[in-house]
Design a binder for this molecule. Structure first.
Ligand code: CP
Length: 364
């Protein structure tokens, strides 16, 4: 029997609540019949998070399940980060990442010292990042760093003895964004967490952007390769002749996942289940738009149940007419980042003992 478009919308909305701001899947679905593996999460204790390459699928899954628990449960009253100071050192502009980290800390009763721009630090007088890293040791318990330069994180870490979270380094990586991306996808389709995923649940993943030049897209692609059982195919739509570069191309080939490169969105759009898009790339020494000719709006030829992800900020590639549709998973993606970052910070700072033991499905 063919389901009418109206019936499809009705069924879909019953399963996936749509608020005026898009699709908000229930985080508890990610926890159904499952406990959270503390032994896996404890691998993060005391660790810096620099690259997606530090994660395997098990660790991504346990982090996302823990984030789902934090989203579904009121735990602020346990004061998990009480007495801890997090330094958010942003040498480059940010709306979401700095504010979501700071919101995450404050909601867990930790404290924040914030550098909203490098020009309020000794950088304005020529101070080196490695000297600033040395200073951080005395001021906090965890440092979150964003910078325009890819090498910035390694430079700060030269003298740093605290854990560091890379919140975006030039055209390098943005690992906690990739966790927020997959947190949204797994809440939307929890079946994708399995070691085996039946073909009818596997997704065709489309990337409208250039992974080799865009840090969020780079980290998203790297993390996506960990979810091979749930991925039927990856299609990359880019205006660049070589959107991957040699390292990412080798990773993609070695993953064994079927993939396609194209510069024509119409080759693939109507078959995509998940569309990840971005147009802002760090090229040379500043941010430029790339792939901005690939635009989506509410009239685009999307599969009825396709979802769109975007790390934001958006330009005109992602039209606001999509905001009020069930294709919009990008606001869930942005809002869920608070819980992913809470999960990471509780794990890195080893504050599991502050969680309410009896109410929480934690296993050792
Ligand atoms: N997604 C993201 O990194 O957004 P901001 O640049 O606003 O932090």
């Amino acid at each position: 029997m063919v389901t009418s478009k109206l019936q499809f919308e009705k069924n879909h909305l019953e399963e996936n609540p749509l608020t005026s701001e898009g699709l908000y899947p229930d985080p508890e679905k990610l926890l159904e019949n499952d406990s959270i593996r503390l032994d896996i999460l404890k691998k993060l204790v005391g660790q810096s998070i620099v690259s997606v390459d530090q994660f395997d699928r098990e660790l991504v899954l346990e982090t996302c399940k823990f984030a789902a628990l934090l989203e579904a449960t009121e735990i602020a009253s346990c004061h998990p980060l009480d007495g801890k100071i997090v330094i958010t050192a942003f040498f480059e502009a940010s709306t979401r990442t700095r504010l979501s980290f700071e919101s995450a800390v404050l909601r867990l009763d930790g404290k924040i010292i914030s550098i909203p721009t490098g020009m309020v630090t000794g950088i304005a007088k020529g101070e080196s990042l490695s000297d600033i890293g040395e200073m951080f040791n005395a001021y906090g318990d965890l440092v979150v760093v964003r910078h325009t330069e890819t090498g910035s994180v390694q430079e700060i870490m030269q003298n740093l003895r605290l854990p560091l979270i890379n919140a975006g380094n030039g055209s390098g990586e943005h690992p906690t964004q990739a966790l927020a991306d997959w947190f949204a996808i797994l809440k939307w389709k929890p079946k994708l967490k399995g070691n085996t995923v039946p073909p009818k649940y596997q997704i065709h993943l489309g990337i409208l952007g250039t992974p080799g030049s865009m840090r969020a897209v780079n980290s998203f692609l790297r993390m996506s390769l960990l979810f091979k059982p749930g991925i039927r195919k990856i299609s990359i739509v880019s205006e660049m002749a070589d959107p991957l570069g040699p390292e990412l191309e080798e990773l993609l080939i070695n993953s064994g996942i079927k993939y396609q490169l194209t510069n024509d969105i119409n080759d693939v759009l109507s078959d995509l289940d998940v569309i990840y898009m971005n147009s802002i790339a760090f090229l040379g020494d500043s941010y430029k738009t790339l792939d901005s000719r690939y635009k989506l709006d509410a009239d685009s030829n999307l599969k009825p149940d396709a979802v769109v992800l975007h790390p934001l900020a958006r330009l005109d590639e992602l039209d606001p007419t999509l905001d009020h549709t069930h294709h919009n998973l990008y606001f869930t993606q942005a809002h869920g980042a608070v819980f992913v970052r809470q999960a990471l910070m509780i794990a890195i700072l080893n504050r599991f003992d502050r969680l309410p033991k009896n109410d929480i499905p934690l296993s050792n």
